[in-house]
Ligand binder design. Structure first.
Ligand SMILES: Nc1ncnc2c1ncn2[C@@H]1O[C@H](COP(=O)(O)OP(=O)(O)O)[C@@H](O)[C@H]1O
Ligand SMILES: [Mg+2]
Length: 240
């Protein structure tokens, strides 16, 4: 994927939350955004997915110049998985997936079913196809959310701390699903606190603090951080 940001600023209530962000990434598949709470990670993800607009600066995602991209059209080409899943609780797992394919993407019912079933099997969710989403565990819900985003073959999947509401066992279950994305060469940008996972799944790391990118580069920066800030952050994450 290609992500280019030029002098991007985002303010809330006149307070600069993202302070002049510059990024130029080409040819990467998995990007992990890490950093302490309040750093601006979710805000950056919302700008990249055009859920929100910057106050100034330019954002290019693959061939899209986000400034003159129609949001509704763009949303059809990307996936987004939030901290809390957004499945319809009163609909079955299968219907949650086919509904979007049929209504938004105008795919025939038969074809939509086939796409959904194939993916649910691939991600080992076939036993839950007819369950209502309200009957799923937190981990299963997030995995279904990922499959639902994947069903439209998105150009890029954006995931904002998809495991932060889960216990350690369910977290591993969901992380395994995301690793599978990597194997399938699906482009993704994930905000995560799971550093070991980021090392395994990502091929590019962005470390943010206080609305700025402090350090970015390939995963080796997690082993050999160049800035005192990233060094400090990593030592706080891995308390012994
Ligand atoms: N909609 C909003 N209105 C006002 N302030 C916000 C809003 N969203 C985020 N912020 C503030 O912006 C900063 C960065 O938030 P966020 O991007 O959620 O950080 P992170 O995801 O790294 O924890 C925080 O100080 C947060 O309080
Ligand atoms: Mg966040």
């Amino acid at each position: 994927m290609e992500l280019i940001l030029k002098n991007v600023v985002k303010k809330y209530d006149n307070l600069e939350i993202l302070k002049n962000i510059n990024i130029n990434i080409k040819g990467k598949t998995g990007i992990a955004i890490i950093g302490p709470s309040g750093a601006g990670k979710s805000t950056l993800l919302r700008l990249l997915s055009k859920i929100e607009e910057p106050d100034s600066g330019e954002i290019f995602v693959n061939d899209h110049n986000l400034e003159n991209t129609n949001p509704a059209e763009f949303y059809k080409q990307i996936g987004f998985v939030f901290q809390q899943h957004t499945l319809f609780p009163h609909l079955s797992v299968l219907r949650n997936i086919t509904l979007v394919l049929e209504k938004v993407h105008k795919i025939e019912k038969l074809e939509a079913n086939l796409i959904a079933m194939t993916l649910l099997e691939k991600f080992e969710l076939q036993d839950h196809i007819n369950k209502l989403c309200s009957q799923l565990s937190g981990g299963q819900s997030q995995r279904v959310s990922i499959v639902r985003s994947l069903a439209i073959s998105p150009e890029i999947m954006f995931l904002d701390e998809p495991t932060s509401a889960l216990d350690p066992v369910l977290t591993q279950e969901v992380l395994k699903t995301i690793l599978q994305l990597r194997e399938e060469k699906t482009n993704f940008v994930i905000v995560t606190h799971e550093i070991l996972f980021a090392k395994k799944a990502a091929d590019f790391i962005i470390f943010m603090e206080d609305g700025k990118i402090v350090e970015m580069g390939d995963v080796s920066i997690l082993g050999e951080p160049q800035t005192p800030e990233l060094k400090q952050y990593l030592s706080n994450v891995f308390v012994s």
